[in-house]
Structure formats: structure tokens, C-alpha cells
Design a protein. Structure first.
Length: 403
């Protein structure tokens, strides 16, 4: 089977996902086109050089609907002969786009792809698509549906994580992200967002709150306690599924959960012949990919079984991996991953994560692959694993190896 290589990884800065956020004036199509053009320009590509653009976005309605990937291609400087595929695997959409592109290359279906994703959460609100998993009683009753924040609190209760542990992880995420920006660790990947006059709109992640302390976070009220404990509340639904729990410990709040932001990310993937034809040197090989379904009520435990699966499928052990990116959807997700594999916290999310910088749903999977690659290069390490939890109970993972 043909190797699939990463030749480039780029992302926009993440803007606050609200009307006063710096990227609020930019549409999903425009931001995507900006990034596609950047990949083209950074790698001196002809407009027809890639087989397809595979683009993740989660809330596929309004301006993010109608096969956004094709719209982005037409809005960009890529040739109209390149089609465009929009995909949705919730929070792993950007990663699934990369994995799908890599596996297409491995199977010989084209020499190169641009894959990634976008989410403008300040313009197209999360949940505004009215997804059946949350609103159709015939499905919600069967799955014991609860909102993701309740699921995160179930994980904390089931596996014994405290509010202090969650807040400590959040403070460390902020510290690491601030240091990463201070030391320009994201410089290779960041593509500034410009207005139509060429003036910079945003060139830095703006959601971060450097200097956040555990004392600051201790003053915040749990975000999901009221909806959980209301009568009849989601806590009761969860305890029908998990009768051994006599209560749900609500530890999550805005400070130890991922931020709502706008952003996009792209990865250029191709075979060896593509690199030779365009004078490009591969940065990493996509060694393995995996996805899995999990319990839809607790919902966010997917990174553990999908990591077990990808390691087994690729004949590796957890100790073979040098660095990890585990999306910080909620603090308990990362705490559970760390607990399950007994991993040194210093190896996970070295440059902070979504708690500090935000989680643009359709883009995050591609963002963390790029961040992982940059950090492997910075530390001169070889193997990295990126993984995300996914709404409705799924997990996805990618292993990359420097070349």
C-alpha cells in the first residue's frame, strides 16, 4: 500500500465565537478559501494539483450547509476541476477528513488531497441544525441522551475526578498555551486572517486567558448542575443508565471546558510521487487511523478505546508513542485518558489545548494533528498520537511518524 505523507499543516488563529470576536465578520466559506489559498501558495501548487478537498464542518446549515467544501473550492484560487467533499463526524470532523484523505492516497485514489475543516461557532450556533440525537424522542429515549456537559460530569463521577483536578488541568492548559505563543511555537502553522484590503484581522488565538489561577476557577459555578438536577433532570436519566451511581458530581464550568470559537485548519496530504513532482519534502507519514463507537450516554470516553484499537491494529504499544494530543473538550476527558494509560502529563497537550484556545468543532481534529507535528519537530521526537472524543459516543485517532 502507498504511503500517505503530510507535506504541510496550517491553521487560522482561533477567534472568540461571539459577535465581538475578531473573526465574526468572516464567513465559513471565506475563511476556508483563505486557508486553501494559503496551502496552495505555501507549497507553490498549481490550482489543479490535488485530487479533492475533504472538509469537515459540524453544523451544516445556513452558510455552513450545501457542501461547504465545494463552495470553499469555488471561492478559492484552486481550479474548478477539484470537487469538494463536506463531512461530519461531530468534533472529529477535521481529523476524519485528514484520515479519509490519507486512506484515499494509500489506496491509490489520487496523488494528493487538502483535508481539514472549519467552524464559525459565532455565526452558526452549535445545535442549530436540530440534530435527531438531541431532539427525536424515539432516539433520545433509546440512548438515554444527556447533553455533553452532563456526560463530562458522569466521567468525573464514574472515575473519581475532583473539581480541583479539573481546574488544575485547565490552569495548566492556559499556562502552556501562553508559553507556546510566547515562544512562537505555532509560527510555522499560523495563517493570519486578512480583510479585503489586506489588513490583519487576527493573527493570534484570542480566546486565551493567561494568568488564570485555580482560585479564579474555584469561584465559577458548575455549568451543568441546574440542568442535571432539575426535576425531571438529566441526572436522573443518566442514573437510569448507570444505576450504581447515586448522584452525579458536577465539576465542569466554562473555565475547565473547551471554548466556543471560530477557526479553520488544513493539512496537505500526498504520496511520494506528488512530493517529487512539486519539489516538496514530506514532514511526516500517517502511520495509522482509527474510529470507534462507544456508549452514547457517557459519550466522551472514546479516546481510550480508539487508542487501544489503533495501537492494536498497528502493532504498537502506548510506550512507543512520544507525544499525545487529546482534545480538551472537557477536563475529565483528558484526565480519563491519562488515568487509563498511566501517561506522564508532560507528554499530553504540550502546548495547551481547547480549554485555553478553543474548540472550533469541524476544525479541531486537523488543528491538533498540525500541532502534534510541529511539537514532534520541535522536540526532535518521532511518533505522535492525536485523538478526540465525539458527540453521541464515538472516538477517532491518528498516529503520525516523522520522516
Amino acid at each position: 500500500m502507498t504511503d500517505a505523507f503530510i507535506y504541510d499543516a496550517a491553521r487560522t488563529p482561533r477567534g472568540k465565537g461571539r459577535p465581538d470576536g475578531s473573526l465574526h465578520e468572516v464567513t465559513s466559506v471565506a475563511l476556508s478559501a483563505r486557508l486553501l489559498n494559503a496551502v496552495k501558495e505555501r507549497n507553490n501548487l498549481d490550482g489543479h494539483a490535488v485530487e479533492d478537498v475533504i472538509w469537515g464542518n459540524v453544523t451544516q446549515v445556513k452558510e455552513q450547509g450545501g457542501c461547504l467544501a465545494r463552495s470553499a473550492v469555488l471561492a478559492s484560487d484552486l481550479d474548478e476541476s477539484i470537487p469538494g467533499l463536506a463531512i461530519n463526524r461531530f468534533c472529529a470532523s477535521g481529523m476524519e477528513a485528514v484520515n479519509l484523505a490519507a486512506n484515499q492516497v494509500k489506496g491509490g485514489a489520487g496523488d494528493a488531497y487538502i483535508a481539514g475543516g472549519v467552524e464559525m461557532m459565532g455565526r452558526v450556533a452549535m445545535g442549530s441544525d436540530g440534530a435527531a440525537i438531541a431532539v427525536d424522542p424515539s432516539l433520545t429515549f433509546k440512548t438515554y441522551f444527556v447533553p455533553q456537559g452532563i456526560s463530562a460530569d458522569i466521567i468525573a463521577t464514574e472515575y473519581g475526578f475532583t473539581r480541583e483536578q479539573a481546574d488544575g488541568l485547565a490552569v495548566e492548559s492556559q499556562r502552556r498555551a501562553a508559553l507556546a505563543w510566547q515562544e512562537n511555537r505555532f509560527a510555522r502553522s499560523i495563517v493570519p486572517v486578512l480583510d479585503q484590503n489586506g489588513l490583519t484581522i487576527l493573527d493570534r488565538d484570542e480566546y486565551m486567558r493567561p494568568g488564570t489561577s485555580t482560585e479564579d476557577l474555584a469561584r465559577l459555578k458548575p455549568s451543568f448542575k441546574e440542568m442535571g438536577e432539575a426535576m425531571p433532570g438529566f441526572d436522573k436519566v443518566a442514573m437510569l443508565k448507570y444505576p450504581h451511581l447515586d448522584h452525579i458530581e458536577h465539576i465542569h464550568h466554562a473555565g475547565n471546558s473547551s471554548g466556543i470559537v471560530d477557526g479553520a485548519a488544513a493539512v496537505l496530504i500526498g504520496n511520494a510521487e506528488f512530493g517529487k513532482a512539486h519539489g516538496l519534502k514530506p514532514r511526516a507519514r500517517i502511520r495509522a487511523t482509527a474510529k470507534i463507537g462507544t456508549d452514547p450516554t457517557i459519550m466522551l470516553t472514546g479516546p481510550v478505546p480508539v487508542t487501544e484499537k489503533i495501537l492494536k491494529d498497528s502493532g504498537m504499544a502506548i510506550g512507543d508513542i512520544d507525544l499525545f494530543e487529546v482534545n480538551e473538550a472537557f477536563a475529565s476527558v483528558v484526565l480519563r485518558f491519562q488515568q487509563a494509560f498511566q501517561i506522564d502529563p508532560a507528554l499530553i497537550n504540550v502546548n495547551g489545548g481547547s480549554i485555553a484556545m478553543g474548540h472550533p468543532l469541524g476544525a479541531t481534529g486537523a488543528i491538533i494533528i498540525g500541532t502534534l507535528l510541529d511539537e514532534l519537530e520541535r522536540q526532535d521526537k518521532n511518533l505522535g498520537l492525536a485523538t478526540l472524543c465525539i458527540a453521541s459516543g464515538m472516538g477517532a485517532a491518528t498516529i503520525i511518524e516523522r520522516v
